[in-house]
Ligand binder design. Structure first.
Ligand code: WTA
Length: 631
């Protein structure tokens, strides 16, 4: 793979040019660096109007042969995963490629013994431990579709994800360590399982020694392992067979199960990992995300392992036992590439820099960020205190839907620029669209972002709802993919992502749709209606502001606010709690009854002088009242 690494600006420019002029030939050449059981017949078939995208049609492969088997010749004893536990006093584990291969094969046998076969959906609700990565890979090896649900989600959120794709088996743990707390995963899962008829078996890892009782159809992970050996031939998959489903929030209704397929996802995550981070053979790479999010899928598990890299898997949180933990781990494992989120950087920057300076960070070569726009201050703090002005920062823009990094500088190869994602990766064709739905041709401009050509790791559909996939991503602009983000382009052609242009709010790097949170609030028996908007927050990037209408005879109280947040926590998870809740007598609405969020947003950020014309509202008088009582 190393020869696919772009090493100079000129090489980037030439490669990019080629990738646009001859995309099929370009991706053919990249894809030729993998192990295919049978080569593909056709590189690309696409129609954004349908929408339909197929890469490497007819090709047969198993992604785990590319992540594991093929490394055994040269890298059997190389460390694949460094596991750093939550508790700094618990020993780290170094898992070699050979051992990882063996453990994945063994767990594939466990899945098989529990009646999982190709095409079945398996839900994984686990803490950040090696078994999570192993289970994910074992699903891929057996041809089952993994659906990893972040272990911070509530029972209700877990249940709705299990049911949406009718998962057959659930993999979970007794509990998960996070800082000084233990999340009781098994009991949350049990609550979810009350309403999940499709689950036939639950396999439970003992991680925390919590006392749990197994009921019918629940088995211990370690006991299952004892029954099987570690020989398992990977199941042959079609390039376009489903590899996984991963849920992401939408601006309306239930979460969207984004479907990724085997061939294209493999090619793109491997290629982008290598080039963005400029990973070299003996580097140690660390991405602090959770495998429950796309960043963890693509850039903790698949991208690094496809490259035969050493990837750090961290169980804990940046604040435990103190706010120096990230840097202590960087020193301990001599991390070369470090990839985290702006919200984490902002949180760490609030603490004395002595917590960074205490540790030897001289091995760092590349820093990365992902998840939301990074503000200038956080960028410079990262650059100065962590990178010592000596490490390029890759600001990587992408989405659950895109599978891999779409725009970013390539570390040390193309120029980085504070707060700019900069340039598209080879094969990616971004453009800016104006309000009229026409491409903006001027170089320096601001607009909505669109992508006009497919790339190998684009999500192929929303599980069970292709029509929604079409509506959300392909109906805003004709024959283009619309990611829902705005951007500006400067005189160098560099892009800066300005944020969401729909009703998705990014809180601490997590995508939250307003609709599901409003639905949760509205379920409170004393609530008539509610509206959520985002407002800037020092650490979280955005926080949530809820405007809530109560029934006439109900008195507003602090207690009600707590109840509302508890409800949100139960329905979605603590990440979706509101920082501010204001009780109002009405919400500003258009004559057709649509809530004018634009006005509510302005009130939340105290930008009161340009609310626009409110006289056309159905109920203009309510605006005055809301302003008067704003929090
Ligand atoms: C936002 C995370 C600015 C964006 C990989 C996108 C970013 C959404 C960046 C996807 C970035 C992600 N700069 N904004 N570098 N990276 N975003 O699906 O709004 O969790 O649409 O995928 O995060 O979030 P998701």
């Amino acid at each position: 793979m190393q020869h696919l690494r772009i090493k100079s600006l000129q090489e980037y420019q030439e490669t990019y040019q080629k990738s646009i002029e001859q995309p099929e030939q370009f991706w053919d050449e990249v894809a030729n660096n993998f192990v295919w059981r049978k080569p593909w017949d056709k590189t690309l078939e696409w129609d954004f109007a349908k929408p339909e995208v197929k890469w490497f049609k007819g090709g047969k492969l198993n992604i785990t042969e590319n992540c594991l088997d093929r490394h055994l010749e040269e890298r059997a004893d190389k460390t694949a995963i460094i596991f750093e536990p939550n508790n700094p006093n618990e020993a780290a584990q170094h898992i070699t490629y050979k051992e990882l291969h063996s453990r994945v094969c063994q767990f594939s046998n466990v899945l098989k013994a529990n009646n999982v076969s190709k095409g079945d959906r398996v839900c994984i609700y686990m803490p950040m431990v090696p078994e999570l990565a192993i289970a994910t890979l074992a699903c891929a090896r057996i041809g089952a579709v993994h659906s990893v649900v972040f272990a911070g989600f509530s029972a209700k959120a877990l249940a709705s994800r299990i049911n949406d794709s009718a998962c057959k088996v659930l993999l979970t743990a007794d509990g998960g360590f996070r800082g000084d707390k233990i999340t009781p995963l098994k009991s949350i899962a049990d609550e979810a399982l009350q309403e999940c008829p499709s689950i036939e078996k639950t396999i439970i890892l003992n991680r925390t020694n919590l006392e749990v009782t197994l009921t019918e159809n629940q088995v211990w992970w370690h006991e299952e392992l004892e029954k099987v050996n570690d020989v398992f031939e990977a199941v042959e998959m079609d390039a376009e067979d489903m590899l996984f489903i991963l849920y992401t929030s939408g601006s309306t209704g239930k979460p969207k199960g984004m479907v990724h397929t085997c061939g294209g996802y493999m090619v793109y995550t491997a290629y982008s990992f290598l080039n963005v981070f400029q990973y070299q053979e003996n580097d140690v790479y660390w991405c602090t995300a959770d495998i429950g999010w796309i960043t963890g899928h693509s850039y903790i598990v698949y991208g690094p392992l496809l490259n035969g890299a050493t990837t750090v898997l961290f169980e804990g949180v940046p604040s435990y036992p103190d706010f120096g933990r990230f840097w202590q781990v960087c020193e301990k494992h001599k991390v070369n590439q470090f990839y985290t989120a702006p919200t984490a950087i902002r949180a760490l920057a609030k603490h004395p820099t002595s917590l960074v300076e205490k540790y030897d960070l001289s091995n760092l070569k590349t820093l990365g960020t992902v998840g939301e726009p990074i503000n200038e201050e956080a960028w410079h703090w990262y650059d100065e205190h962590v990178g010592k002005m000596n490490c390029p920062i890759v600001d990587t823009w992408w989405q659950t839907e895109t599978g891999g990094i779409m725009m970013s500088s390539l570390a040390g190869v193309t120029k980085d620029k504070p707060t700019f994602a900069t340039l598209p990766l080879p094969g990616i064709q971004p453009i800016l669209m104006g309000t009229e739905g026409i491409e903006i041709m001027e170089q320096v401009a601001k607009g909505r972002l669109a992508i006009k050509f497919p790339w190998p790791s684009i999500a192929r559909t929303i599980y069970g709802d292709h029509e929604r996939y079409k509506q959300v991503y392909f109906s805003t602009f004709k024959n283009m993919y619309f990611p829902g983000d705005g951007a500006l382009r400067d005189e160098d052609g560099d892009y800066r992502i300005t944020g969401r242009v729909d009703d998705v709010i990014i809180v601490s790097g997590h995508n939250l749709g307003t609709a599901p949170i409003e639905n949760a609030i509205n379920e409170h028996e004393q609530v008539v209606e509610s509206a959520i908007v985002g407002f800037p927050h020092d650490i979280k990037g955005n926080a949530l502001y809820a405007y809530v209408i109560l029934y006439n005879d109900v008195l507003p109280s602090e207690f009600l606010k707590i109840e509302i947040n508890q409800l949100i926590s139960d329905k979605i998870g603590p990440i979706a709690k509101c920082d501010k809740i204001q009780f109002v007598s009405g919400l500003p609405k258009t004559r057709s009854g649509k809530i004018m969020r634009r006005i509510l947003r302005k009130i939340a950020i105290n930008e009161l002088d340009n609310l626009g014309d409110v006289s056309t509202l159905l109920n203009p008088e309510v605006v005055e009242e809301i302003i008067k009582c704003r929090i």
